[in-house]
Ligand binder design. Structure first.
Ligand code: ADP
Ligand code: AMP
Length: 217
């Protein structure tokens, strides 16, 4: 299973990606998580990426592609993977396609989480993330059992710096101009599967699993 989660910030890529990874037993590779971890650890990658993340801009293609292709060569990707937040530009999609082709592999499908942009600001400004393990919550739509604490590991929940309203609006614009063209890109390759991501979290998951079960994805 080699899947891509596509959709605007806040559509639910991370939420569904984590649930699918658990169900399908493949790694969930989220480029945003990789960058945030690198920033936290002050690594060379973190220093390169930090200002882009803070401004809600995309990290340059060369940097992202190198990180992802290196990650995809790890043994745990042998059975497949779920990519979340990558690709975000046509250049990134082409680099991935070329890499998979060289390996004699191809994508299984691209899961597009489609949702009206109006709900995204509310989802993103209400998102809370575990500082320790990265699990995602929403103070209203997916609250943790104990306020401010992660259900999985007890870590502290915080609001991402780039989830403040001003940066959120800019990220949505960046998505429109740089990432939306990927819909056409994958549709032309007959790889695009569209899901209504406006419904509750469980409903989206069930629909994706049903389609996978029917072998239609
Ligand atoms: P993305 O990875 O696409 O940026 P997330 O999976 O982090 O999005 O989801 C953004 C926020 O919206 C999170 O706080 C998450 O709990 C919440 N969320 C995700 N899917 C839904 C949904 N279907 N309905 C309501 N809230 C959702
Ligand atoms: P995310 O967690 O997916 O919302 O990503 C957070 C931030 O990480 C983005 O706003 C970008 O700055 C950076 N980022 C993540 N994935 C990519 C990518 N594929 N290409 C460029 N920048 C990325």
């Amino acid at each position: 299973m080699r899947l891509i989660m596509l959709g605007p910030p806040g559509a639910g890529k991370g939420t569904q990606g984590a649930m699918l990874a658990r169900a399908l037993q493949v790694p969930h590779i989220a480029t945003g998580d990789i960058f945030r971890q690198a920033v936290k650890e002050f690594t060379a990658l973190g220093r390169k990426a930090q200002s882009y993340l803070e401004r809600g801009e995309l990290v340059p293609d060369e940097i992202v592609v190198e990180i992802v292709l290196e990650r995809l060569q790890k043994p745990d990707c042998g059975k497949g993977f779920i990519l979340d937040g990558f690709p975000r530009t046509v250049k990134q999609a082409q680099a991935l396609e070329e890499f998979l082709h060289k390996e004699g592999n191809a994508l299984t499908g691209v899961i597009l989480l489609d949702v009206d942009p109006e709900v995204l600001v509310e989802r993103l400004t209400g998102r809370r993330v575990c500082r320790r393990c990265g699990a995602t919550y929403h103070f209203q739509y997916m609250p943790s059992r104990v306020e401010g604490r992660c259900d999985e590991c007890g870590g502290e929940l915080y609001q991402r710096e780039d989830d403040r309203e001003e940066t959120v609006r800019h990220r949505l614009d960046v998505h429109e101009s740089q990432t939306r063209p990927l819909r056409d890109y994958y549709e032309k390759r007959n790889l695009l599967y569209v899901f209504d991501a406006a419904q509750p979290i469980e409903g989206v998951f069930v629909e994706i699993m049903e389609q996978l079960g029917r072998g239609q994805l």
